[in-house]
Design a binder for this molecule. Structure first.
Ligand SMILES: Cc1ncc(COP(=O)(O)O)c(C=O)c1O
Ligand SMILES: [Zn+2]
Length: 369
């Protein structure tokens, strides 16, 4: 069943065969797909991320709710020329997680999984639940206590079972992984499964096409577990290696001041991310105290000459209001990247020079301040 799929690889040197039960390396490390040369052949008639099907590792038969190809709009705020916003909240389930969730569920189906499990701060779980419903695979989603009611309602609406874990986001991940080990269910983890990043790669490909075959100077991206940072970096690096773009954009990863383990490691010049004791933040979607791919996030940022910055609760709230005042209704977490753009511009930072693009990752219909 898995003969069409390449082996997973790990930084320790081991490789492993994809199967429903395989979600990390025997060493405990994260799994990747070995890079392959980019086959750049966007399918002109396809207005979903599947237009890039030749440029990504496709896990099995396609599945689609029309994900990808999100609008790119001018922020068009006085004094903010060059800032563009990519409306990821226009995705089928209201967040960019659809890009990766569709890959995970397609993979689960290929591997013959009869059940899948995911853990999430809300949006990834919502996306996995929707695609599982679409594929007819039962799903169980683990979420931390305090997850927005609207997200829980959406997950249940798609027919998935919700397990609320009293504890942190990390406790929730442990509960999901334990359940997977006990039951043999497929772990549709947006953090661990490398196919998720095949999906988020398409963020870079779309930007490249939407800008007429070039990349912006800087992309500002939220970072919790870093699924968009890592995916976008893979996509931009592939375009660079294929000679389609002479450079990659600088990646500025943004964390909430109250939960900023990657920013701390970046500032200290470290290659690994140490867990932090996090405080409460309105940016619930990026409150990840111990990101499993933290070192990979740092490597992506450094490869591009970028940075990791933090924003305060007040800056997130101010940006949320500024976006709303311009017709853009996002959840608080989705205001984080834009908050960083505003600050970088106010500071006259070199990261704000030239063409800057930030995503608005999640819909305001999901959670509010
Ligand atoms: C709206 C929103 N933005 C950003 C993120 C951050 O994604 P990641 O944790 O993969 O960095 C999330 C994750 O759930 C999210 O829901
Ligand atoms: Zn390993």
């Amino acid at each position: 069943m898995t003969r069409d799929l390449p082996d997973y690889v790990c930084a320790c040197g081991r490789s492993s065969v994809p199967s429903a039960g395989r979600w990390r390396c025997d060493c405990g490390g994260t799994l990747d797909l070995a890079p392959v040369p980019l086959a750049w052949n966007p399918r002109a008639g396809d207005h979903s991320l599947w237009r890039y099907r030749d440029a990504i590792a496709v896990p099995g038969r396609e599945l689609s709710l029309g994900e990808g190809m999100t609008p790119l709009v001018d922020a068009a705020l006085d004094g903010e020329p060059g800032v563009r916003l990519k409306l990821e909240y226009a995705s089928p389930t209201g967040s960019f997680k659809d890009r990766g969730a569709v890959m995970l569920v397609a993979l689960a189906r290929l591997l013959g999984a009869d059940r899948l499990v995911a853990d999430s701060s809300g949006n990834a779980g919502t996306a996995v639940a929707a695609y599982a419903a679409r594929a007819g695979v039962p799903a169980e989603i683990f979420v931390p206590a305090g997850t927005s009611e609207k997200k829980l309602h959406q997950i249940r609406g798609h027919g998935a079972r919700v397990t609320v874990v009293e504890g942190t986001r990390e406790d929730t991940a442990r509960a999901a992984a334990g359940h997977v080990e006990r039951t043999g269910a497929f772990y549709a983890s947006h953090v661990y499964n490398p196919y998720f990043y095949e999906g988020t790669k398409t963020y870079a490909f779309e930007l490249f096409e939407q800008l007429g075959g070039r990349v912006p100077d800087t992309v500002v991206l939220p970072a919790g577990n870093g699924t968009l940072v890592i995916g976008a970096h893979l996509g931009f690096a592939a375009l660079r290696e294929a000679g389609l773009s002479g450079r990659v954009p600088r990646i500025v990863a943004v964390q909430a001041e109250r939960c900023a383990p990657v920013a701390a490691a970046f500032a200290a010049g470290r290659a690994e991310v140490a867990p932090v004791a996090a405080g409460p933040t309105v940016a619930e979607g990026i409150a990840i105290a111990a990101p499993a791919r933290g070192a990979r996030i740092l490597a992506a940022v450094r490869d591009t000459g970028g940075a990791v910055v933090t924003v305060s609760e007040q800056e997130v709230a101010g940006s949320h209001a500024a976006l709303a005042a311009r017709g853009l209704w996002v959840e608080p977490t989705a205001a984080v990247a834009y908050a960083a753009v505003r600050r970088l511009r106010a500071e006259g930072s070199p990261y704000a020079e030239g063409e800057v693009v930030a995503p608005l990752c999640g819909s305001g219909l999901k959670a509010s301040l």
